[in-house]
Structure formats: C-alpha cells, structure tokens
Design a binder for this molecule. Structure first.
Ligand code: ADP
Ligand code: MG
Length: 444
C-alpha cells in the first residue's frame, strides 16, 4: 500500500476513535451535532415507507405521469406507454422537521382525513420498531396535529437528581420519561393513590415525600398498619402516627374534627378554602401518608365490621372535603380495588393523582389508572422488576407519563425527619389552632 493509503487509513481511524470518544464522554453534544441530523434525515427519507407499513396512509386520486395498463396490441406485444392519468396513490401524513429532545427527538404530523391521535397511538410500537428507538409516545396539542416523541434509550434506567422544589406542598420526587421533573404538588392535585407490588418502590416514594416536605411548614401524619415498621423511624417529624386499627380510628376522627373546625373558620372569614384566609389565620396544611391502605379495610371477623365502616367513612370524608381545608392524602397500597369494600371505590374517585408502580396483575393497573389510555395499562404491566421506582403517573394535565422516583434511602428520610424534627407541630397544637372568632382587624 502506498503512503497515501496509510495516511487515509490513519485519518479514518483517528476520526472513528474521536467520534467514539465524543459519544462516550459528551453524549449530549454528540447527539445534537452528529447523531440527530443523521436520524432526522433518515426519518424524513423513510417516512413514506414507514407510514405505509404502519397503515397510516390514505388512498388519494392524483394525476400521475405513468404507464397505461393493459396496452396490448393485436400482435401480442405489450406496448409500454406513459401518459398523464388519474390513479390512486398512497399519501402519507405531512411531517414537519424533527426536533431534537433530551433523550431523542420529536416531530409534528398533520393527520389525514378521518384520522385521530388514537390511530397513531395504536401503531406507536410499530413506529418504534421501524425507527429502532426505545419508545414512541403520541400526544396532540391541537386538532389535526399529532406529536410523536421518540426516546432513543430508556431514560429511566438511571435518573439523576433534580434540585429540590422550594414551593410549599410541592415536591420533586423523580423524573419523567420526557426528562422533565416528576412533581407531586398537593395544592394542584390534593389526593394521591400510589399502587404497586412489594419491592416496586412505593415506600421509596413516601421517603422522597418525607424528605421533600420535612423542611416545609406542614404537619405530617402517618397511618402505618404494618405495625409502624415503615413510619416509626420518621416519628420525630410526624405530628401524629397511628399504628393500630384503634389508633387509626382515633386519628381519623381527629382529622374529621379538624376539618369541621377549619370549615367553621373559613365560613366565619367568608373564605372558600384555607388559602383564601389571611396569612395570620391560615392553619398549617396537613399531609396524611397512609401505608398499606388495604389493612384499613381488612376484616378479620364480623365484629370489626362497624369499626371498618366508620374508618372508611371518615377517610372518605377527609378525601371529599380535605382539599379546601388543607388536608391532603397520599395512600399507598398493593391493591386498591373494590374487593376491599365499597368505601374504596369512592375514595379512589376522590384521588385524582394516580401512581402505578410495577403490579402483579392487570386488574390492579386498571384499578389504579382507571380508564386511561390502554397504552398506559400496557406500559404499567411492562415495568421490569429490575427497575424499582419506575411508575406510570397520571395527574393534573390529563396525560400519563412513565416516570422514575429518585432513590431515597430510609436512612436519608430518617435523617431528614430528625434534622427537621423541630418543624413538626405538635398534634394537640394543630387541633387547637383554630380561632373561634376573628381578630378585630378581620371583623372590621
Ligand atoms: N427509584 C428507585 N431507584 C432505585 N432503587 C429503588 C427505587 N425505588 C425503590 N428502589 C429499591 O427497591 C427496593 C424496594 O423499594 P420499596 O420502596 O421498599 O418497595 P415497596 O414499598 O413497594 O415494597 C428498595 O430497597 C430500594 O432499594
Ligand atoms: Mg413498602
């Protein structure tokens, strides 16, 4: 080989090594400068074939310069002749230029006549395989437009921490598949259901909430019918903790009484909820964490029936009216189904925040996520045991997301509970804090 060849080979090898190193050490800039343009061009170039393969095209009549079929002359020779004529062609949905995102790319399409975003959602898996990406998610922010978001790799395999939220009652607990923060915001979504099999990451999420809420001026209350093993270590920051059925009943009665008191205060001040009260009158918000919700409803024998009915009604009342009076629920459980009793279905209806970790059976996913898009249910069932903390989340914006909570060890939550123990208002003070008449400045 001549020197020139050696040179060329050397340069090629150096370029390849450079690209590899770039990709390895600064994937984000590599993706934007090299990876994404190549992907964008391929996606645009192959769109007709992909759309056809996924059944997203429509037949349209077009004038086309093409061969005339059936032109056989009397001699038997086929004469090929082209001319303009109307024929049926497959048209693909119009595709805008793809745009890069943190974990892949997104592109907007114009739907063809008769198509709905659901048609695209139905073939999302086909699209993902055609493009060789991890997943394609479909959304639509405008009639006639569909946005496809492709993620190249599962972004939830490792999630890095985000800065803690500084807003009251708002905790950043993890990251969404889109790269955005997964926020539990009790002021927007007051009550949450958190379902999942054992070892799926439910308690981890409760830990994240404790770490996030501990430094805030809120009262935390725990219901732990696993004998207190989950929440007792966090007791210093909890204003109240119930670990037996009797204690749960008592604490729920307290919560209902608290709500009634706060109702009185709001009525007196002409406010619809505690946030409309003047800051001097505003009571401290209470976040109620319930671990193993089913235990509250499980009946060992008939004698417990009345007690359970009472508990169930009290919990439901808290859920129905708590929002306005600053009492928020976060209920964790392995199964949150109607088989637990009639109260559960009503409670579920009040909880608009839904989190479904890995579950053992499809019914639990359906029960937790309700009648969301079937793709959400499929996604929930596909959560692998190797990735605890991954969950399907549905909340305020009506969309569902795959998300993963940050890993928050029990030790971290325990540390936060001790560090901020001084901020825990005593339960007696929370109960007694309701003024029974307005201060002079308010009555004037
Ligand atoms: N987001 C996460 N990232 C990494 N590991 C996690 C995450 N969530 C949970 N885990 C791991 O999974 C295990 C089980 O989680 P846990 O919250 O105790 O599940 P559950 O309460 O549903 O039984 C924990 O020991 C923890 O190490
Ligand atoms: Mg647990």
């Amino acid at each position: 080989m001549s020197d020139q060849h050696w040179w060329a080979l050397g340069v090629l090898a150096a370029v390849a090594a450079g690209l590899w190193a770039w990709r390895r050490w600064h994937y984000r800039s590599f993706w934007l400068v090299v990876g994404f343009p190549i992907v964008a061009i391929t996606v645009r170039a192959s769109w007709r074939k992909v759309a056809l393969g996924c059944g997203l095209t429509k037949k349209r009549q077009r004038f086309w310069f093409t061969t005339v079929p059936g032109l056989v002359s009397s001699t038997g020779v086929i004469r090929v002749k082209r001319r303009f004529q109307r024929i049926a062609v497959d048209t693909k949905p119009f595709m805008w230029l793809p745009l890069p995102t943190r974990h892949g790319w997104r592109v907007t399409l114009h739907t063809l006549e008769g198509q709905i975003p659901g048609d695209y959602a139905d073939v999302a898996e086909r699209l993902a395989h055609s493009w060789g990406v991890h997943a394609v998610r479909v959304s639509s922010d405008k009639p006639g437009r569909v946005r496809l978001a492709a993620t190249m790799r599962d972004p939830l395999v490792t999630v890095d921490q985000l800065p803690a939220s500084t807003e009251l009652l708002k905790v950043t607990v993890g990251r969404l598949e889109t790269g955005g923060p997964w926020v539990v915001d009790f002021k927007t979504v007051p009550h949450w259901l958190n379902a999942g099999a054992t070892q799926s990451g439910k308690s981890n999420l409760a830990n994240a909430l404790i770490v996030g809420l501990a430094p805030q001026p809120v009262a935390l209350v725990g219901f732990d019918l696993k004998g207190g093993v989950e929440f007792t270590p966090y007791a210093p920051r909890l204003s109240a903790l119930a670990t037996s059925r009797a204690e749960c009943g008592g604490l729920l009665d307290d919560l209902v009484a608290l709500m009634t008191d706060r109702m009185g205060v709001c009525r007196m001040a002409g406010a619809r909820n505690i946030w409309q009260l003047p800051p001097t009158l505003r009571p401290v918000p209470v976040v109620v964490l319930v671990d193993e919700l089913a235990e509250l409803y499980l009946m060992a024998d008939k004698s417990e029936k009345d007690e359970i009915a009472k508990t169930s009604t009290a919990l439901l009342r808290v859920a129905q009216l708590g929002r306005a009076f600053g009492i928020y629920l976060f209920c964790c459980g392995q199964r949150i189904g109607s088989d637990l009793g009639p109260g559960v279905t009503a409670l579920r209806a009040q909880c608009s925040g839904r989190i479904c970790h890995r579950v053992n059976d499809p019914e639990t996913a359906t029960m937790t996520l309700g009648d969301l898009d079937p793709a959400a249910l499929d996604s929930a069932r596909a959560i692998a045991a190797e990735t605890p903390g991954v969950a399907i989340v549905a909340s305020q914006d009506g969309q569902w997301y795959r998300a993963r909570s940050f890993y928050v060890s029990e030790a971290a939550a325990e540390y936060a509970a001790h560090a901020y123990a001084g901020l825990a208002p005593a339960w007696a003070d929370v109960m007694a804090a309701q003024p029974h008449e307005l201060p002079d400045s308010q009555t004037a």
